[in-house]
Write a protein that binds this ligand. Structure first.
Ligand SMILES: Cc1cc2nc3c(=O)[nH]c(=O)nc-3n(C[C@H](O)[C@H](O)[C@H](O)COP(=O)(O)OP(=O)(O)OC[C@H]3O[C@@H](n4cnc5c(N)ncnc54)[C@H](O)[C@@H]3O)c2cc1C
Length: 425
């Protein structure tokens, strides 16, 4: 573990370095970006009107308008010597120039963004990640870290010809402590593999999402993914206990603690959670995992309006309390799209469409008590007019089919974007 002063020095260096990285990327990415320009103008107009400092809101602007921008000429172009260096470092197999592989790696999951990288690297150790970044930094080669490439905002694919650093080969589980429930693993572990591993030991991951079959824990950390269990177990800022990461200059920063209560000064790992690879590459993760509970109940409900959904959530928190483990909602347009385009999904209700739908999951340790509690809650919600219809899953198959509506695992990406806008809560 690094000492406090070392931590401070690293923070300083990290912030100096990262602000440059972010600035470079944003500057080049936005020099011809009308969305950004108008957002900037808007923020400046707010300042003129006395609404605070423009710089504080400048980057909090989002837009999906097609943008046109130029590659930053300061970055070098990959040459054959670079490729030879990487082959020497990683071995031929981990230096990918195959066109088909690159085609997939250059495109994001939503098929909205496409880069033109000519090289994908697959490091197997932290030291290899460090050597790659050190070299790229000295050669001014731009890089993009990539996990399972399931991110929905284009952060995992190159904008231009960046070298893709894919973390899939760093997929070892390092330790698991049954006493504390702390799992330490490499960043390239696929979420679903961690779920299965923990299941064998009677534990669960504190996060679960539709992309679990492909996304990696390093990608989850870097996107601060929420998922279906957030209502119960909170965000990754609470569950991730430690990280190891490699900075852009190749320095390895060891924050891989396993203590739940660690109040020894600055907690740098939080900067990396949700930083989308802009500060460095996450190579190892230590995460607290809760025990698996035996009794799970799932209800699929229909609500007349959005306000009923909101009220239902408040009531669920109050009345289901400690057993509430998921609360998700979707509107009738989302449901219509899912039913129309997603193969094998059936409407849980025989009657026609409702305005809103809510999925409520409870997880506890006492089957009859949990079921009774859920049924009493549903009855009172029905009597109070919050729910207009409802079904409780009778077995695991029915529960999976309810979850499938929310998770949208194999949706055709031509239609998926519209669904995702609604479903991504
Ligand atoms: C079907 C589906 C359902 C989803 N459901 C949810 C949901 O319920 N809740 C939610 O929050 N999100 C959801 N997502 C989006 C979610 O954020 C991502 O799926 C997941 O967290 C990204 O992991 P990944 O390994 O695929 O990362 P990638 O997509 O490969 O990368 C995402 C970002 O992290 C960076 N990155 C990746 N790995 C590393 C690393 N090791 N170190 C540093 N940076 C890295 C990349 O550069 C990129 O900026 C869903 C996506 C899909 C496709």
């Amino acid at each position: 573990m690094i000492k406090l002063m070392d931590k401070w020095r690293i923070t300083n260096r990290l912030l100096n370095h990262s602000s440059k990285l972010i600035f470079d990327r944003r500057l080049s990415a936005n020099s011809h970006n009308s969305v950004f320009r108008s957002a900037l103008e808007y923020s400046e107009s707010l300042v003129k009107r006395g609404f605070g400092n423009a710089s504080t809101i400048r980057y909090r602007c989002f837009g999906s308008e097609a943008t046109k921008f130029e590659r930053n000429a300061a970055f070098s172009t990959l040459n054959s010597e670079d490729v030879s260096y990487f082959k020497e470092l990683l071995g031929e197999k981990s230096v990918i120039q195959d066109e088909d592989v690159l085609l997939a790696a250059n495109e994001d999951w939503m098929r909205k963004y496409r880069g033109s990288s000519k090289l994908l690297l697959q490091p197997r150790t932290t030291n290899e990640v460090s050597q790659i970044l050190k070299y790229c930094n000295s050669r001014l080669l731009a890089v993009v870290p990539q996990g399972g490439n399931t991110g929905l905002v284009g952060g995992s694919v190159p904008v231009f010809d960046e070298v893709i650093i894919n973390m899939g080969s760093m997929n070892n589980i390092i330790t698991f402590d049954k006493g504390s429930g702390v799992l330490v693993c490499e960043a390239g572990c696929i979420l679903e593999n961690l779920v299965s591993f923990l299941d064998d030991h009677g534990f669960i991951m504190p996060l679960d999402l539709g992309a679990k079959g492909s996304c990696q824990i390093g990608g989850n950390v870097s996107t601060n993914a929420g998922g279906l269990r957030l209502v119960r177990y909170g965000s990754l800022h609470g569950n991730v206990l430690g990280l190891e990461a490699v900075l852009a200059n190749g320095d390895v920063i060891d924050m891989l603690g396993t203590l739940r209560k660690d109040n020894t000064g600055y907690d740098l790992k939080h900067l990396f959670i949700g930083s989308e690879g802009s500060l460095g590459i996450v190579t190892k993760v230590s995460i607290h995992t809760p025990p698996k509970l035996s009794s799970v109940n799932l209800a699929f409900l229909a609500c007349r309006d959005y306000f009923s959904c909101q009220k239902l959530l408040r009531e669920a928190k109050r009345k289901l309390g400690e057993i509430l483990s998921a609360f998700e909602f979707l509107d009738n347009q989302s449901m219509d799209l899912v039913l129309t385009y997603l193969e094998g999904v059936r409407n849980p209700f025989s009657s026609s469409m409702h305005n809103f739908y809510v999925l409520i999951e409870t997880t506890g340790s006492e089957e009859s008590y949990d079921r009774e509690k859920l049924e009493a809650f549903l009855l009172s919600s029905m009597e109070g007019g919050l729910i207009s219809d409802g079904v409780i899953a009778q077995d695991i198959n029915q529960a999976s089919s309810f979850w499938r509506i929310r998770e949208v695992p194999n949706f055709n990406s031509i239609y998926y974007p519209c669904v995702q806008d609604y479903l991504n809560l």
